[in-house]
Write a new protein. Structure first.
Length: 277
């Protein structure tokens, strides 16, 4: 989801002249703060979440020294996202929760609550966010997709499917290119909901779409997880030799991508799945 992935183009500051007019340079301390933020973005793009978190923390301190509330809030949100990526749900919640008037931060808090197994509390945050966010709100799709995740956690696949389809429809109204990462998440959530509803044939198409989008976005972790999920789906589609071969192929692809990207957790999951074939 957009909340779990930084929009690097929005972080990196492009400095360009206009019409030959002289460009007023940023004050040195502000330039240092932006440089730390940009370094965090670059580290995140390389998959270095630990290093990115350090850089965003440095940027937050530097913006605080400049009394720049927007810069502080932005980098604190980035730190919360990094904490989530590192599996530290409580750390993410501690960073995002105090930002009560920041809708994006509250959605990160909802993600952290979901990751920590606190789905009812997450739903309260999401319902509050939804009440103040109409269909044209920039966070409407993210809210719908997080509610789909919450419904899946509550073992309510029909509700999850409805929220996932709603989020997907909202995304398709906008710029599909700009929302490619979140579109992939929407298709993946819809696939999860369909699989939970014992509709593996329908789920396979949704995950295949997510896989294609994740390939375009060059996201190894999501690609590997898509292949892992395709293996689970194909296993559910039949017990004959052909179905088993298709499932094994998906698990092998998941393992190959995960090994190449250094994703130990997914590598182990793929190997465990292959051992059952």
């Amino acid at each position: 989801m957009r909340l779990a992935n930084l929009a690097l183009a929005g972080i990196l500051v492009a400095l360009a002249g206009c019409g030959g007019a002289p460009v007023t340079p940023e004050p040195p301390l502000r330039s240092q703060a932006f440089a730390a933020e940009q370094d965090g973005a670059r580290r995140h793009a390389r998959g270095d979440s630990v290093g990115a978190a350090r850089s965003f923390a440095a940027a937050e301190r530097q913006f605080a020294a400049l009394d720049d509330g927007e810069g502080v809030a932005r980098n604190r949100r980035y730190r919360a996202r990094m904490a989530l990526q590192l599996g530290d749900a409580e750390g993410a919640l501690a960073l995002a929760d105090p930002m009560k008037e920041d809708t994006e931060a509250q959605l990160i808090a909802a993600q952290a609550l979901l990751a920590g197994g606190r789905a009812p509390e997450a739903e309260l945050r999401l319902a509050a966010a939804a009440s103040g966010c109409g269909s044209t709100c920039p966070h409407a799709a993210s809210i719908a997709l997080l509610r789909a995740r919450r419904a899946l956690a509550a073992q309510a696949p029909a509700e999850a499917e409805a929220h996932a389809r709603g989020g997907l429809a909202l995304l398709l109204r906008g710029d599909a290119t700009a929302n490619a990462v979140e579109l992939a998440n929407a298709h993946r959530l819809l696939g999860d909901a369909l699989l939970a509803a014992s509709r593996p044939a329908d789920a396979e198409g949704e995950i295949a779409t997510a896989l294609e989008l994740d390939r375009r976005a060059a996201n190894p972790e999501k690609i590997a997880r898509d292949w892992l999920l395709l293996g689970d789906i194909r296993r559910r589609l039949g017990s004959d030799a052909q179905a088993s071969a298709r499932a094994s192929e998906a698990y092998r692809r998941a393992r190959a991508v995960a090994e190449a990207a250094g994703l130990a957790e997914i590598t182990k999951a793929a190997e465990a799945a292959l051992a059952k074939e």
